[in-house]
Design a protein. Structure first.
Length: 202
């Protein structure tokens, strides 16, 4: 029986995408663990919380979120549309994935509260729960580990390409100092000089 070369290529691309997801999840966890290693940053994280969660209880909540970060990308609703869009076997497959990817991206936002769009699309302004702001920062910083630059540059790309400028600026601009850290060159010395994310509540 002849081997379907296209099927082998698709399987290779699926594995490539799985590897990307796991690398990103690992980088997100690395950022969070580095924050916990730094007393100044750890205190800032706990100082930024609200509600009744305190200290290690609050950190435990973030630990759970980090452990489950982006797991929805393995779901039936997301995996294949994302794979065809970002890890396609050819341009035709990528072009034909546009509609399905749009649906998958909406599913991802609806099931991942660390995306500011989850809150913006529900018209919840300036009240994004702190644990998701922390996870969102880890997400941005993890992207800078993979692709270089800083989390601030990833944030600015979102500002430049989105109409919800006021919303995300209210959440993220106060944390410009930590966003400018290049996590590829992470050291405990320079991380101690930066300020962590702060939600602006109006």
């Amino acid at each position: 029986m002849p081997i379907d070369l296209n099927l082998l290529e698709i399987e290779g691309k699926r594995q490539e995408y799985k590897d990307y997801i796991e690398e990103h999840r690992k980088n997100v966890k690395t950022v969070w663990l580095n924050i916990l290693k730094c007393p100044e940053l750890r205190n800032m994280v706990n100082a930024g919380m609200y509600g009744n969660q305190t200290g290690t209880v609050f950190e435990h909540i973030i630990n759970q979120n980090i452990d489950m970060h982006d797991m929805s990308k393995y779901s039936e609703e997301e995996f294949e549309p994302y794979r065809r869009h970002f890890h396609s076997v050819n341009e035709k497959e990528k072009e034909e994935s546009t509609f399905d990817y749009g649906i998958a991206w909406q599913h991802h936002k609806d099931n991942n509260k660390h995306h500011w769009q989850y809150w913006s699309e529900r018209h919840i302004v300036n009240d994004m729960p702190w644990q998701y702001v922390v996870e969102m920062f880890c997400d941005h910083a993890a992207m800078s580990i993979k692709f270089g630059g800083t989390a601030l540059e990833w944030f600015n790309d979102q500002l430049a390409n989105n109409l919800e400028v006021d919303y995300i600026a209210a959440i993220l601009l106060p944390c410009e100092d930590i966003l400018t850290l290049n996590w590829q060159n992470y050291t405990m010395i320079n991380i101690k000089t930066i300020i962590y994310y702060k939600c602006v509540r109006i």
